[in-house]
Ligand binder design. Structure first.
Ligand code: GDP
Ligand code: MG
Length: 659
């Protein structure tokens, strides 16, 4: 037996799915979290499969989610559809119910969030809803696991039964739909197809006869004539009128007036300042104050004073050769440790962002920024990936999944890494400290350039074929505010922290070994000074490429290259090449040497190029995963690098005139 779980985004599908199957899917107070369908077996009966479909508002093919969901329903023939409905938003949710009921597969409606409804003092008359929609309604609270038994019993009882009484449109429509249905022969789900054909749905996925197409065309014209409206509006109006009628008889009583925080938080004038203040607090806590204390402690005390000396002693005591000790302590522990050192800061940042996300606040920001972003061909939803990208591009790029429009999503994936991530912060700190006396404009300018690069890329990419698209309507549900749930927040934080740590343990681990080996040996595999190492030779070959950008030394070229493994490597590489191997986070020891090697202009150009050019391997991997096709990933890499090259070239040559 197969059960499909369908419902609006954020109606609690995944919570119910997890509750019924005992699995552990990602639950977010953020519409669009479930992008693909997920399958599981019922805890109550292992022979029954439950499929969690992506959240959809209708069966019209406006978004990918809608297509995934309806293809599943039509092609996989589930025995029963559980239509989960957010009972606090009944009217809007029932729109999908009217369409699901049309398919002909038995439907059981699960009225979710009943805990909230009861708290609001609202009463919903189940009986009148059942009468109006001709299928069972069950009150549940997915969050509190209430009503599950009742729900499953109803599901078993409707299985295999003839679909109950159908929705009745206006008699004109009914007659015309019937006429079209009759041309469809013995096709399954005739009524669904007839309505979709009438709505001129181009993505039905079936072949129909010429006769059917002609009938559809004619009937559509007739209906449009009768109602003096376009066909989509006719059906939508009919459905809403039906819902409205059904709501009148299902009487909700005693609605208590509750305070709506959006009155202040989304106020026309206050919204942006409040948002800026909230983000300032998040960064102040996680990056500037508490996070830095933790990160400094990990870097200086834990790694610098405990782990490295400890490892040196241990390795020496078991007679490890000197070069291997150097490789392990300087290369592996030093390199991987420098990256892991950022973990406390990032964990705190991710934790605070998860709080904001689960509370429902973040979803509103996307609306707030949509107007601005839209001017640049991006969607308001691009904001979340960009925001998360300031911590690390990898989760940022993954967060692009919430964007419906495929082309907007791809653009966001490609441009998110323009934002300075936490790995680029040490580079910014080093350049700003060494070349500009720590001037306070350097870091903000990096963020500013990052945002401008994203917006400009939006304008440019929108003009190219793969990214050109019709403006997708920005439909997103504002989730209800609620207290963040501890388990959700910790799960989100953990997932993000884990992916960061995995990166340190894999990509950076390998990169550190390679860099250390390359900078300590020459091509004859003799241990040499870094100036004569393989790394120096490689650097000299690529240096001319960067000459027009102002930093054509082999050291800068090598640093840029190693930055591709992980941007933190840039600081580490300079540490090895320009001074003592031990480099503090701000690179204090190498400042004097850096000042000799760069002019302020060339250093700034070096910084900007490294911020904008291809991101680290970890982020590139994420881009490939999210975009799917290798070709577009290669395009992304090329685009980013060429974009960075042009911007830096202009900056350097204009700068030369002025300075
Ligand atoms: P989906 O998008 O439909 O998969 O919805 P989720 O399962 O991700 O849930 C969306 C949000 O609603 C989450 O914050 C859940 O914790 C919350 N939620 C789900 N079911 C209930 C419920 O019965 N009562 C309350 N109060 N919240 C719920
Ligand atoms: Mg979900």
């Amino acid at each position: 037996m197969k059960i499909a779980l369908a419902g609006n985004p954020n109606s609690g599908k995944t919570t119910l799915f997890n509750g019924l199957t005992g699995s552990n899917q990602y639950v977010g107070n953020w519409p669009g979290v479930t992008v693909e369908k997920k399958e599981g077996k019922l805890l109550a009966d292992k022979s029954i499969t439950l499929t969690d479909l992506p959240g959809i508002y209708s069966l019209s093919p406006y978004t990918n989610e809608e297509i995934v969901a309806r293809n599943y329903l039509i092609n996989e023939h589930p025995d029963v559809i559980i239509n989960i409905v957010d009972a606090t938003n009944l009217e809007r949710n029932l729109y999908l119910t009217t369409q699901l009921r049309e398919i002909g597969i038995p439907v059981v409606v699960a009225l979710n969030m009943m805990d909230v409804v009861r708290k609001q003092g609202t009463f919903i008359c189940i009986k009148s809803l059942e009468e109006a929609y001709g299928c069972p309604f069950v009150e549940i609270s997915a969050l509190r696991s209430e009503g599950f038994t009742d729900l499953l019993n109803k599901v078993y009882s409707v299985k295999g039964t003839e679909p109950q009484k159908r929705l009745i449109f206006d008699h004109h429509i009914e007659e015309h739909v019937n006429e079209l249905e009759n041309t469809l022969g013995d096709l399954n789900y005739k009524r669904y197809y007839a309505v979709r054909l009438l709505e001129n749905d181009q993505r039905l996925g079936i072949e129909v006869s010429k006769e059917t197409l002609e009938t559809a065309e004619r009937v559509r014209k007739e209906l449009e004539g009768i109602f003096d409206d376009d066909i989509e509006s006719i059906f939508a109006t009919e459905r809403y009128e039906y819902i409205e009628k059904s709501m009148k008889t299902c009487h909700k009583c005693g609605v208590k007036k509750t305070f709506n925080p959006d009155k202040i938080l989304m106020n026309k004038y206050l919204a942006l300042p409040i948002f800026a203040f909230v983000m300032f607090c998040v960064y102040y806590i996680s990056v500037t104050t508490i996070g830095t204390i933790a990160t400094d402690w990990v870097n200086d005390v834990l790694i610098g004073e405990i782990i490295i000396p400890g490892a040196q002693n241990l390795l020496a005591s078991i007679g490890t050769s000197e070069w291997l000790i150097a490789l392990i302590t300087d290369g592996v522990i030093g390199g991987v440790g420098a990256v892991l050192g950022f973990l406390p800061q990032l964990a705190l940042l991710f934790f605070l962002l998860s709080l904001l996300e689960d509370s429902g606040y973040m979803a509103r920001i996307a609306f707030l920024l949509d107007k601005i972003f839209r001017k640049f061909g991006l969607s308001g939803k691009s904001f979340i990936p960009i925001l998360i990208g300031t911590g690390c591009s990898v989760p940022g790029i993954m967060a692009s999944r919430t964007i419906e429009s495929e082309s907007d999503r791809k653009m966001t994936v490609i441009t998110t890494s323009f934002m300075p991530c936490s790995a680029k912060l040490p580079v910014i700190a080093m350049i700003s400290g060494a070349m500009f006396g720590g001037a306070s404009w350097v870091a903000p300018s990096a963020y500013f350039i990052g945002i401008v690069a994203i917006l400009i890329s939006g304008l440019i990419l929108k003009k190219t074929k793969p990214f050109k698209s019709e403006e997708a309507p920005f439909i997103m549900e504002l989730p209800a505010y609620h207290m963040p749930k501890a388990s959700n927040v910790f799960k989100h934080t953990w997932e993000r922290v884990r992916s960061f740590a995995v990166k340190a343990g894999t990509v950076i681990f390998v990169a550190c070994i390679v860099i250390w080996l390359l900078s300590n040996f020459n091509f004859a595999f003799e241990m040499v000074d870094s100036n004569e190492s393989m790394l120096a030779d490689i650097g000299s070959v690529i240096a001319p490429v960067f000459k027009p950008l102002g930093f054509g030394t082999w050291e800068a070229s090598v640093a840029t290259l190693t930055g591709l493994a992980a941007k933190e490597n840039i600081v580490g590489t300079f540490g090895v090449l320009y001074g003592t191997a031990e480099v503090a986070e701000d690179g204090m020891e190498i400042w004097a040497n850096l000042q000799q090697a760069f002019t302020p202009l060339s250093a700034y150009c070096f910084l900007i190029f490294n911020l904008l050019c291809a991101p680290c391997i970890g982020a590139l991997g994420a881009i490939k995963r999210e975009i799917g096709k290798g070709k577009i990933a290669v395009f992304a890499l090329t685009y980013q690098t060429i974009f960075a090259y042009i911007v830096t070239f202009i900056m350097y040559n204009v700068g030369k005139v002025f300075f």
